[in-house]
Design a protein around this ligand. Structure first.
Ligand code: KG4
Ligand code: ZN
Length: 344
């Protein structure tokens, strides 16, 4: 099956999302978000997310089928995020996928949310036949991966030792009472700010850190530095804080991702996950990759944040690679390493 027709379901956090792909072609991508219900709490409330998924699951599947003009019986396989994420939220998607696979008698592919963030790149760019470095930056994870085969050979070079990059954006936005999720808000705010106004710390980037933990990240010191600055500067300029904070995150993410390319001799970098939608990260990545002669691939911003197309994309890739489907009746798991892309 060279061009498998796959429906992908994503419910790991607050988006109920369904995507349909044929091979590497995107046919539908429908997202129902419960973010507005969480905003007043300043973060995602798991029980609220699970209930919202239950309500949105069926209409979202129906809309994706309608948008693509596909009938359920046309599908070759069902793919679903089986972890990591909020277990109650994941279970809604996994149960729906198990039910669909059973009723339609189609194979089921339980996939890793993190690997699928990287896989979505295949819907908009040519697949490189060579290994690539992936900078995976989302609300729950920040890692540098060496990807030889996205369906089976992924090595973790480093990850955050505390907050994820997206989490740092969300927490800093909360410190400034800017709303949730903070990433897109700070990104917009930073556009009119001076990125050199405040010299915020770059975590784990001192020479001794670059020796011992070259590919690990730390953002909690940065968050504390922003908090102290806000407390000691009553008339702070919001846009300057946003721009200077964003610059510190972008600088350290790219310093380490490019070092991973250089040290491993891999001249290809994919940036994926919600934070990959950040306009400054995309801009600086282009500049630095061009000067380091590294081929850069970033999915379009709308495919960087959680969606079902990325799940379908990894399912499709698994089929093309001849990977066996998961066992029917698979469950969900809240923690899962990005080095394990598929569930058995
Ligand atoms: O991948 P994602 O949608 O969900 C998780 O798997 O966590 O990532 C969500 C994270 C949030 O922390 C959000 O603030 C951040 O991605 N984010 C951004 C931007 N858009 C989303 N961070 C910085 N700049 C953005 N434009
Ligand atoms: Zn995600």
């Amino acid at each position: 099956m060279t061009e498998p027709l796959v429906l992908g379901i994503e419910t790991s956090c607050d988006e109920t999302a369904v995507g349909i792909v044929r091979g590497r072609k995107l046919l539908a991508n429908v997202i129902a978000s419960s973010v507005a219900e969480h905003a007043r709490f300043g973060g995602v409330v798991p029980e609220v997310a699970s209930r919202a998924h239950l309500e949105a699951m069926q209409p979202t599947i129906e809309k994706a089928l309608k948008d693509s003009g596909i009938k359920l019986t046309d599908l070759d396989a069902i793919a679903v995020t089986a972890g990591p994420g909020l277990v109650g939220a994941l279970l809604v998607g996994v149960s729906a996928a198990n039910g669909l696979a059973l009723a339609l008698d189609k194979p089921l592919y339980g996939v890793n949310h993190l690997a699928s963030h990287v896989a979505v790149d295949l819907l908009t760019h040519e697949a490189p036949e060579k290994p690539t470095i992936a900078l995976l930056v989302s609300g729950g994870h920040s890692s540098i991966l060496q990807v030889t085969d996205l369906t089976g050979d992924i090595k973790s070079l480093g990850q955050t030792v505390d907050d994820a990059a997206g989490e740092a954006f969300d927490k800093v936005a909360r410190l400034m009472n800017l709303g949730f999720p903070g990433g897109p808000i700070l990104d917009k705010e930073a556009k009119s700010g001076n990125k050199l106004a405040i010299n915020f710390p770059r975590g784990l980037s001192q020479p001794k850190d670059m020796e011992s933990q070259p590919f690990d990240f730390s953002f909690s010191g940065l968050k504390t530095a922003v908090s102290r600055f806000l407390a000691s500067t009553p008339n702070y300029v919001r846009a300057d804080v946003a721009a200077s904070f964003q610059e510190a995150v972008v600088d350290v993410l790219l310093m380490k991702a490019i070092k991973a390319c250089v040290d491993s001799g891999i001249d290809s970098l994919v940036i994926a996950g919600g934070v990959a939608a950040n306009s400054r990260l995309r801009e600086v990545a282009q500049e630095r990759c061009a000067s380091a002669k590294i081929e850069l691939r970033t999915p379009p911003p709308a495919l960087c944040t959680d969606n079902g197309a990325m799940v379908a994309a990894l399912g499709s890739l698994a089929i093309s690679a001849g990977r066996p489907p998961s066992k029917l009746g698979i469950s969900a798991t809240s923690t899962l390493s990005p080095t394990q892309p598929l569930f058995q």
